[in-house]
Structures are given as C-alpha cells and as structure tokens.
Design a protein around this ligand. Structure first.
Ligand SMILES: C[S@@+](CC[C@H](N)C(=O)[O-])C[C@H]1O[C@@H](n2cnc3c(N)ncnc32)[C@H](O)[C@@H]1O
Length: 264
C-alpha cells in the first residue's frame, strides 16, 4: 500500500494462485492448537491479514466461526465470493491491523506466514498486539507463524524461497523480490512487487527481540513455541501441537501467545 508500484496484493486471484499450495497442514495446526490451548471448539477466531482466506476457509469448514481482517477490500471481496461458493460463512473486517476494534470478543486469533513482520517498527508491532488483545477475551490465545533470524546474521536476510504455481492457464512465480504473472487467457504479463522480499522487506526479528517486544506490550505472554517439525515431500512445512520446543536463534515456528489477565 502506498508505495506506488503495483504489488501482488493488488491482484487477489494471482495472490490466491501463488499462495494456493495445499494449506491443510498449516490449517490443521491452528485447529489443533486452539483446542489444545483451551479455546472452546467452534468458538470465534480472528485471522489477521486474511488475504484470500485459504486458511480461514479451511477453519470455517471445520466449524470455527471465523472473522478475517485485512486492509485491502479487494482481498476481502474475493474471500467473500470464495466462501459463498463453498457454502461457508466468514465475517470480514476491512481495517489496519495496527488499530481496530470488533463488536464481538474473540476466543482466538492467528496470523499466518509471518504477516506480523509486515509491521515496520516496534511502535506498529506494539499497537497491533494491543489491538489484538483488545478484541480477545481474557485468557484468549493468539497464534503467530513467525520465522526468526539469528541476531548475529547480517541485517539483510538471504533471499526467501522461490516458487511457482499454476492454475488453469495462469502461471504465477516469485523470486522473492518480484512476482511474475503469465495469464494465457487474457494474454496478460505482469511484473509485480512481492512485498515480502525486496524493499520494503519483512522486518527481521531475533527471538530475543520478539520476547522483549511481548514484555513491552503488557498484552501477551509467550505460552509455547512449536518449531517447524519437518516438511512434506512437496516441501510444505509441518507443525506438531504435541511437540513444543525452546525458542530457537533462527527458524520458523508457531508462537502461542496468551492474552495477559490485565491487558486493556
Ligand atoms: C502474506 S498475505 C497473507 C494472507 C493470508 N493470511 C494467507 O495465509 O494466505 C498478507 C496479507 O496481509 C494484508 N495486510 C498487509 N498489511 C496490512 C495491515 N497493515 N493491516 C491489515 N492487513 C494487512 C495484505 O493485504 C495481505 O492480504
């Protein structure tokens, strides 16, 4: 938003294709984690940065009452249409994740794919954490998919993964800095900003910096960390709710946060 150049986020269909690998394992982890950490099954869940809602749709299909929050109305329209087609009901809220309120308190929240690291400063991250705490009931759980880097690493991360996806006559591929679209049906060829690589890149965190931020928020405590437990043959990350571990210096995992009792 606001960078002038067109980004993959301006094209929900192409975003949906590029991020349309099998998201079952990831969704299954959220489902299991909310139950494991005491969220009543079928309760209200909020997805932060829901995009086209591939995870939200799966969780709604498992009986959760899902609300998806995103700053981009086109993403939410795409999600609404997909939910309608699937016969599922998902509430959508168009708002910035650094400041929002909801009418109904939520039992849990989650934020896939390091979207938290889109926030560019401590101030933005703190106001996000406080906003999430403000809509969660006491004792509610916030699960964040995060990738840490070692604090000794150079300021610039190594290039993120490159991948390509196809659906119908459309190919969407990324080299982490840019996204390249070839749409045979419309004859369209686009080069778009990736938004998670290049500039602005996702903000890097060491695990210590993340824990310091949580302490400063007065909103959440870290209940558990579930490191990536392996990868499927297709290269898809697997997480195991039965296997928490110590916070690593670097690597991807799911951070389970508990809303502090006295959070505003
Ligand atoms: C990497 S995508 C993740 C989408 C979805 N959660 C998924 O797993 O496929 C990040 C999403 O965050 C949204 N986003 C970016 N900045 C935001 C902000 N400040 N507030 C709310 N949403 C934001 C983008 O529009 C985009 O849909």
């Amino acid at each position: 938003m606001g960078h002038g150049k067109q980004s993959i986020y301006d094209y929900p269909l192409y975003y949906d294709i590029l991020f349309g690998w099998n998201r079952d394992a990831e969704s299954g982890f959220y489902d299991a984690a909310f139950r494991h950490y005491g969220v009543p099954p079928g309760g209200r869940l909020l997805e932060i940065g829901v995009g086209t809602g591939q995870v939200a749709l799966r969780l709604a299909g498992r009986g959760w009452q899902v609300t998806g929050l995103d700053v981009r109305p086109d993403m939410l329209s795409f999600l609404k249409a997909a939910a309608g087609q699937a016969g599922l009901s998902i509430r959508t809220v168009c708002a910035d994740m650094t400041g929002f309120t909801l009418k109904q308190p939520q039992d849990g929240a989650y934020c896939p794919l390091s979207t938290f690291r889109i926030l560019e400063s401590d101030e933005a991250a703190l106001s996000h954490l406080r906003a999430v705490a403000g809509v969660l009931r006491g004792g509610g759980v916030y699960v964040l998919d995060l990738a840490f880097r070692a604090e000794t690493e150079a300021a610039h991360e190594p290039p993120a993964e490159q991948w390509a996806m196809r659906r119908g006559g459309v190919e969407v591929r990324t080299d982490a800095e840019k996204v390249y679209v070839e749409d045979a049906a419309s004859g369209r060829r686009l080069t778009l900003e990736a938004g998670w690589g290049g500039s602005p890149a996702l903000r890097p965190y060491g695990s210590r910096a993340f824990v310091n931020l949580l302490d400063r928020s007065d909103a959440f405590t870290l209940e558990a960390w579930h490191p990536e437990a392996g990868r499927s043959r297709e290269g898809i990350s697997i997480f195991d709710v039965q296997r928490p571990g110590p916070l690593p210096m670097a690597g991807r995992g799911m951070a389970v946060l508990r809303r502090a009792a006295g959070a505003a």
